[in-house]
Ligand binder design. Structure first.
Ligand code: PLP
Length: 383
């Protein structure tokens, strides 16, 4: 096996494009120097379409969870009532953060592998008009579900004045997002998923409505106080030392997205989703989610007649191909293929082809090439 040739097909961290890697190698600059101001000034407008907003995108050094905590700390006060829609491990993380801050929490638990239903949320909000914020996960990475955040937003707006706060960590830059049009109040993402960067940067953007709430909140955090980031970014600056190397990389990421075209980026992700799903359907290996609920960035496969951990072991040890296992109660039950960011349909043909070989090696005899062929047919059909 070639030593320096990893195939990283997990839902984050994801591979970093070579040009982004090179951009990050630039010599360090002073965070209060004009170069950093210029860099932030160039980045700001190019980020907006990726989030589908006219608001500035605030950048905080930290992992994605830092972004989730930022949203909670700024938008709600201890004692406030909130609703957390939990469709998997990352919805549960929002709930854990709320619990930590003594927020009065309601939760709707959806079976893992299924998407949240707007009607359920509508009914719940009717019965609980005191709820001040609703939290949801756009792509639930633990199951490969893309929750219908636009539809959720509509019922929330109809039923209440609650803020709608969305974790977009494994979706933004891979799935279409129109934050302003869809009425999302706070949207958070991280750098190491579809954003094609290494881990270490989290992004948050806030609607006018949510700023009004934040202004009137006591924010029990110094580092995560969003008003500091907003006020500084207005002057192309940051309150604390930013992750400068990641900002170098980010500028190049945005250039790559601009060159490909945001619509083409989203279509590429949909193609990879369709290829993956067609392959496993052809192989007769069940998918965890329905076509309707499926995310364009990650696919969970739920085999019934072989051990996904045995497959993962062969993929890793013999081909240096990493796919993810299941989280929490789905551990040992599923495996997940990340197809987001720096990943193309060509990469998916490779991934599916290797998995077909590995399946035969672990004693799950499948017809070699049949899954690959189904994926190729998707590609040929242009869908
Ligand atoms: C990866 C991920 C996060 C953040 O995880 P970190 O390890 O803190 O970067 C949050 N939400 C979702 C949906 C994710 O996929």
């Amino acid at each position: 096996m070639l030593a320096d040739q990893p195939f990283l097909r997990i839902p984050g961290p994801t591979p970093v494009p070579p040009s982004v890697q090179r951009a990050m190698n630039q010599p360090m600059i002073g965070h209060r120097d004009q170069e950093t101001k210029d860099l932030l000034h160039r980045i700001k407008p190019k980020l907006k379409p990726v989030f589908g907003t006219d608001q500035d995108i605030l950048m905080i050094a930290g992992s994605g969870t830092g972004g989730l905590e930022t949203a909670v700390v700024n938008a709600v006060r201890p004692g406030d009532e909130v609703l957390v829609i939990v469709t998997g491990a990352f919805g549960d993380r929002f709930a854990q953060i709320c619990t930590e801050y003594d927020i009065t929490m309601h939760r709707i638990d959806v079976e893992w592998g299924e998407a949240a239903e707007p009607e359920t949320v509508e009914t719940y909000l009717k019965q609980h008009p005191e709820i001040k914020a609703v939290f949801a996960t756009f792509c639930e990475t633990s199951t490969g579900v893309l929750n219908p955040v636009y539809e959720l937003s509509q019922v929330i707006k109809q039923q209440s004045d609650a803020l709608f706060i969305v974790d977009g960590v494994s979706a933004i830059a891979g799935a279409e997002m129109k934050m302003d049009d869809w009425g999302i109040d706070i949207l958070v993402t991280g750098s190491q998923k579809a954003m094609m960067l290494p881990p270490g940067l989290t992004f948050a953007t806030v609607s006018e409505r949510a700023w009004d709430v934040i202004e009137n909140n006591k924010r029990p955090s110094f580092y995560f106080d969003l008003t500091k980031y907003r006020d500084q970014l207005e002057n192309d600056s940051t309150p604390f030392t930013p992750a400068i190397s990641l900002l170098f990389g980010l500028e190049q990421v945005l250039s790559l997205i601009e060159t490909e075209g945001l619509g083409a980026v989203y279509n590429r992700h949909l193609t990879m989703m369709n290829m993956t799903r067609a392959a496993f359907k052809e192989l007769g290996i069940p998918l965890l989610t329905s076509d309707k609920a499926a995310s364009p960035t990650v696919t969970a496969i739920a085999p019934t007649d072989f051990d996904p951990e045995a497959l993962r072991k062969v993929l890793k040890n013999e081909f240096n191909l990493t796919v993810a296992g299941g989280q929490k109660h789905l551990k040992g039950q599923i495996f997940r293929i990340g197809h987001m960011g720096y990943c193309s349909p060509a990469d998916m043909l490779q991934t599916i082809g290797i998995i077909e070989v590995a399946l035969n090696k672990i004693g799950k005899p499948i017809e070699l090439g049949s899954g690959t062929r189904a994926a190729q047919e998707i590609l040929l059909g242009g869908s």
